[in-house]
Design a protein around this ligand. Structure first.
Ligand code: ZN
Length: 346
């Protein structure tokens, strides 16, 4: 299988084209976009801090909602929000049923250390099992179950922010995740496919929960450059900032790990995919299915952006993306959600 010489996107990636040097069109267009967008950025952390002061929410208890997975990126984000920017955060952690106890422990330790309020949101297991089953066996390989689940967890965050009158959500998304979010045409296309798949199941109850949640996106506005932030809050809207979008914050694991270990005894989760991330257990099955169905996971997409941004080497990405699930785990997870690993319903 052909893979880009600069990033890790394979020939099965939708719309990919390689030049004579084996470099993909995404890598070629990246440096152009990078130059074009430099003016949108804050020159340093202190100018960002000044802009964020405009988001204080004096009539309510919290200024900002910070989703926390327990991984390094989101933990670092929370520390910055509280201590560097002086905002009052409400922390949100999603436990959809396959969360690792080490991740939850990291979340609880950090919230205690920073003395901030924490909400742990447990999803309804029946709904989540169906979600993983429907999308791991759908006829659209470009529709990853992780993508659908990630959207649901994100929407839980928006719902919580909305309920607590918190106008701002700052999420520890890497530049790679932020780039994926900004591809609106792709997101729209995938949403249409999700609805198709759900309608085909005939599961009306699932459809109703799913589409009702999705309506919250109408309130969401993504803020990702200097002029957005300096324009301040938008009444009636939920503003979302992917924290690592700013140039001076880099998702460098070793540096973030040192900070988090010293600060609150952060612990890595014992086994994760991709290596050195803090993801849930279901990611093993979803990624295995994605590799089987389309030869890449959404991490190949994200890490390719990180390679282009100089935050990860190609070699590191290749090593981290190698999938070696613990023995018996795939079968165990597949049984939990009623998925036949050889295809179809079990
Ligand atoms: Zn490439």
């Amino acid at each position: 299988m052909k893979v880009c010489n600069k990033c890790v996107l394979p020939e099965t990636y939708p719309g990919i084209q390689f030049d004579d040097n084996g470099v993909c069109n995404q890598c070629r267009s990246y440096s152009e976009a990078e130059t074009r967008e430099t003016h949108k950025q804050f020159p340093d952390g202190s100018s960002l801090a000044r802009a964020l002061q405009g988001f204080k929410n004096p009539n309510h208890k919290y200024d900002v909602l910070v989703p926390l997975s327990g991984g390094l990126d989101s933990c670092f984000t929370l520390i910055q929000i509280k201590e560097t920017f002086g905002l009052r955060p409400l922390v949100f952690h999603s436990d959809h049923g396959w969360d690792d106890p080490t991740a939850t422990a990291n979340v609880e330790k950090l919230c205690k250390e920073l003395d901030v309020d924490l909400v742990i949101w447990k999803n309804e297991l029946v709904f989540m099992r169906k979600l993983f089953r429907y999308f791991n066996q759908s006829r659209y390989p470009e529709l990853s179950a992780c993508h659908v689940c990630g959207n649901m967890l994100y929407l839980n965050g928006l719902e919580l922010a909305d309920n607590f009158n918190i106008p701002l959500v700052v999420n520890g998304y890497s530049k790679g995740q932020a780039a994926m979010m900004h591809d609106k045409d792709k997101a729209q296309d995938l949403y249409g496919k999700m609805i198709e798949i759900i309608l085909e199941t005939g599961d009306r109850e699932f459809f109703d929960i799913f589409t009702k949640k999705w309506q919250l996106l109408e309130k969401q506005v993504i803020y990702n450059n200097r002029s957005d932030l300096e324009s301040g809050p938008l009444p009636g809207k939920l503003l979302f900032i992917p924290f690592f979008i700013f140039k001076f914050y880099k998702t460098q694991k070793d540096k973030l790990q040192q900070i988090c270990r010293e600060r609150f005894d952060w612990q890595p989760i014992p086994t994760s995919y991709p290596a050195s991330t803090t993801n849930c257990k279901m990611i093993w099955l979803n990624s295995w299915m994605d590799l089987k169905r389309r030869q890449y996971t959404h991490y190949h997409d994200e890490y390719s952006t990180l390679i282009r941004a100089g935050e990860m080497t190609r070699q590191q990405a290749i090593e981290d993306l190698e999938l070696n699930p613990p023995a018996g785990l795939l079968k165990e997870l597949a049984d939990e959600i009623g998925l036949n690993l050889d295809g179809g319903n079990s």
